[in-house]
Write a protein that binds this ligand. Structure first.
Ligand code: ADP
Ligand code: NA
Length: 330
């Protein structure tokens, strides 16, 4: 196979994915899997950097995988697997950690933010070495491109540095991956707080559109989304973040241009616009939700698909790890 390699993943940190995960990641992945030899992981080892109930973690992992498939990631085309099913991730992370400077890791802004929030006692060594595990995820597959959000760019830079360092010190074992940063138009904000990114781990639920919510709940959240007092459906991120966010969601899910949507709703109120958007979102998420729930109805079959994909991933990963062990003297 001569297609370039692509790697991406998401944490199983909630029962459902949210609209930002769908628009900012899954929709892009679905297209990219046509031109790339794509590896999509449910990164459950990363999810362990937050406190988890074991049964819930297992369930969230399955649900996340089901939503990948329901959104159009094809397990026969892409390699769709669960990170912990491939032990090479943790093994390579150890090797890479011995090449990572303590100061270098300390400069990761996501760690600085999170450790400040968790405090001295809540901050684990696992949280600190998270970017090294992420580097291992990417490098194991000889990855050419990594589609990520802006917040992960620094981690991919570290990954590149580690790949170059290893290759220079021991001989070439890794491709040096290139990050592909998500477009601004694929960034979705919280419906109640439209300057904060929509997130699975948002403090409150009211502004999050869940992929697996029932259609009534979804429509209700959209009708209640924060807007402004101007009353015109117009894109202006700075002065009208709420309406702009709704326009971005509308455009992303219909494939239409924002000016065309503005024209359609010219002279009409926010109520009409929100009703139109609710229809768009419900029409898009409805079938995805149905497919995901169907897949979750047959966990044995889903597990079989994931196991087969993990074997495919392990084959590639073990080749890289074997070469690395050989080069470092293990
Ligand atoms: P979350 O904040 O929901 O936990 P993650 O950090 O697990 O999201 O991100 C998983 C993927 O979804 C990443 O590719 C990320 O860029 C994308 N993503 C997450 N939230 C958004 C959003 N609000 N808008 C666009 N893309 C998003
Ligand atoms: Na995350």
């Amino acid at each position: 196979m001569n297609k370039p390699r692509l790697y991406s993943g998401m944490q199983p940190s909630a029962d459902s994915l949210q609209a930002g995960n769908y628009i900012g990641a899954l929709l892009q992945w679905r297209d990219l899997q046509e031109t790339y030899d794509a590896f999509f992981s449910v990164v459950d080892l990363h999810a362990m950097t937050q406190p988890n109930n074991p049964a819930e973690l297992r369930e969230k992992t399955r649900r996340t995988a089901a939503q990948y498939i329901a959104a159009g990631i094809e397990p026969s085309k892409s390699t769709l697997y669960v990170q912990s099913h491939v032990p090479a991730h943790a093994e390579l992370a150890w090797i890479l950690s011995t090449l990572t400077g303590f100061g270098e890791a300390s400069r990761m802004t996501q760690f600085k933010d999170k450790s400040q929030r968790y405090g001295q006692d809540g901050t684990t060594v696992g949280l600190f070495t998270y970017p090294v595990l992420m580097a291992a995820d990417i490098l194991l597959y000889q990855t050419d491109i990594v589609p990520v959000g802006e917040d992960q760019k620094q981690h991919v830079e570290l990954t590149r540095d580690l790949a170059e360092r290893f290759n220079a010190r021991y001989g070439k074992a890794f491709e040096v991956p290139v990050p592909v940063i998500q477009k601004d138009t694929a960034r979705i904000y919280d419906l109640q707080n439209p300057t904060a990114k929509m997130s699975k781990s948002a403090a409150t639920d009211a502004g999050v559109l869940w992929l697996l919510d029932d259609p009534k709940a979804t429509a209700k959240k959209i009708m209640r989304a924060v807007t402004d007092s101007e009353g015109s459906v117009r894109y202006d991120r700075e002065n009208k973040p709420g309406v702009s966010n709704l326009l971005v969601i509308y455009a992303a899910l219909t494939g239409r241009q924002i000016p065309a949507i503005e024209d359609e709703y010219a002279g009409r109120g926010y109520g009409d616009f929100k009703k139109g958007l609710a229809d768009v979102v419900v029409n898009e998420f409805g079938p995805v939700r149905e497919r995901a729930l169907d897949l979750l109805d047959d966990p044995a079959e889903l597990d079989r698909v994931l196991a087969a994909n993990a074997r495919r991933a392990a084959e590639v990963a073990e080749r890289t790890l074997g070469d690395v062990y050989d080069k470092v003297g293990l």
